[in-house]
Write a protein of this length. Structure first.
Length: 87
């Protein structure tokens, strides 16, 4: 099994924004799973929990699907992520 590379101890940098946007839209994790499924991306509640809590990597097509399911731009998902690059 390979080593998971991290950026300043972070597995992903968009998970917290996904959680914030999901909660602002009053969507539950199961609701978001259903929206992703309609886009052809199978994801389980545990996957969303792990992404939102920085415990799981996110594939590029998953990021795009989150953007579409939440009806936000990719830029919005990456808002305020510069902080992950600071020391």
């Amino acid at each position: 099994m390979g080593v998971i590379r991290k950026l300043n101890d972070n597995v992903n940098i968009v998970g917290s924004n996904i959680k914030k946007i999901r909660e602002e839209q009053q969507l539950s994790q199961p609701d978001l799973c259903r929206k992703l499924e309609l886009l052809g991306v199978t994801m389980y509640i545990a996957d969303i929990y792990e992404i939102e809590n920085n415990k799981r990597l996110i594939k590029d097509f998953e990021i795009k699907a989150f953007s579409m399911a939440l009806n936000v731009s990719l830029d919005t998902l990456y808002d305020d992520t510069e902080k992950f690059f600071e020391h």
